[in-house]
Design a protein around this ligand. Structure first.
Ligand code: FAD
Length: 294
């Protein structure tokens, strides 16, 4: 029997929460670039889709009390081209620019990238390295969660089905912070990352005072390379320290073999990309944004 999916276009948060709460197997949808593919492949069978793409409360990018607040339904292309994001959260702008093609970035949203919970999600590693939180709302109330604590496994988050990500809250980059995003994919941006790496280092008088290194596609969820961070934190960067930190990052990830690459290839890529990103961050002296924006 052909299963019909009802489509509800919410025009306010209230409409969205009403439409999601009176049907057990309803699902939020934003751009549909992940969810429509999953439905077509028979992996998801929601009886109702609640579109949040045009909910005004989810569409802004603002500076609020030391953070860049990005509405969850903001398309990836708008995140990548926003002067506010480029100026105050450049790592996130750089990563979003490397997602998919212009068509995918115009349709796909930052909330959808997080909601899809792919271990390879490009915005996710950049957001984790930036210390981002997500604002989550349902009829039961509102809460804020550290993004890195939001993922349980591939496609799984700590959110309940009626909880909506309303915004992503990214701390404004400090003058002494340097960042880099590196991605390796077979078909450039048109493909999901085989590995991605995002790095944020605080450097004061040549000393690394804090380090955040996030790795994607090398574990069931995006992860922090905490041992590699410990290796570099409190030290003066040198070629040998960068080499050591990259080797530690490659050791502490736990990739699997899949259609995109073997576990050992992924581990090698973690070494290469972490070393490249750290070298850019530590040796660079011409601005804060590094990476390979196309
Ligand atoms: C050709 C192609 C290339 C791609 N390339 C890349 C790439 O290079 N890098 C990359 O990271 N991704 C890539 N993607 C995946 C996809 O485009 C992104 O993950 C995109 O950000 C998803 O956003 P969306 O709005 O389309 O999500 P949707 O498909 O609408 O939703 C995805 C999931 O998130 C949930 N969701 C959506 N919005 C919310 C919300 N506000 N709150 C709670 N849950 C929510 C939905 O219920 C669903 O489970 C690619 C996809 C395609 C088709």
């Amino acid at each position: 029997m052909l299963l019909k999916t009802e489509f509800v276009k919410a025009r306010s948060l209230e409409e969205a929460f009403c439409a999601i709460s009176d049907r057990a197997d309803a699902s939020f949808v934003a751009g549909g670039t992940d969810l429509f593919v999953q439905i077509k492949e028979g992996k998801r069978k929601p009886s109702r889709l609640v579109s949040v793409r045009e909910v005004p409360e989810l569409l802004g990018i603002d500076l609020q009390r030391g953070s860049v607040v990005i509405g969850s339904a903001v398309p990836l292309s708008d995140v990548a081209s926003s002067a506010v994001v480029a100026g105050h959260a450049p790592l996130v702008a750089d990563a979003c620019l490397q997602i998919g093609s212009p068509q995918v970035r115009n349709r796909g949203t930052i909330g959808g990238n997080i909601g899809n919970a792919s271990p390879a999600g490009d915005s996710i590693t950049a957001l984790i390295a930036s210390g981002a939180r997500i604002r989550v709302k349902s009829l039961a109330g509102e809460r804020e969660i550290l993004l890195e604590a939001s993922f349980l496994g591939p496609g799984k988050t700590v959110l309940s089905p009626d909880e909506l990500i309303t915004a992503v809250v990214v701390p404004v980059i400090q003058d002494h912070t340097r960042v880099a995003f590196e991605k390796y994919a077979l078909r450039g941006g048109m493909d999901i990352a085989i590995v991605n790496v995002a790095i944020s280092l605080d450097m004061v008088d040549g000393l690394v005072t804090d380090a955040r290194i996030a790795l994607g596609a090398v574990a069931p969820t995006p992860i922090r390379a905490v041992e590699a961070e410990r290796t570099i934190r409190g030290n003066r960067p040198s070629s040998s320290l960068i080499e050591e930190a990259a080797r530690v990052a490659a050791r502490e990830c736990c990739p699997i073999d899949d259609v995109r690459g073997t576990a050992s290839y992924r581990r090698h890529l973690v070494y290469v990309l972490t070393k490249r990103a750290l070298a850019k961050v530590c040796q660079g002296n011409v601005g804060r944004v590094w990476g390979c924006a196309r």
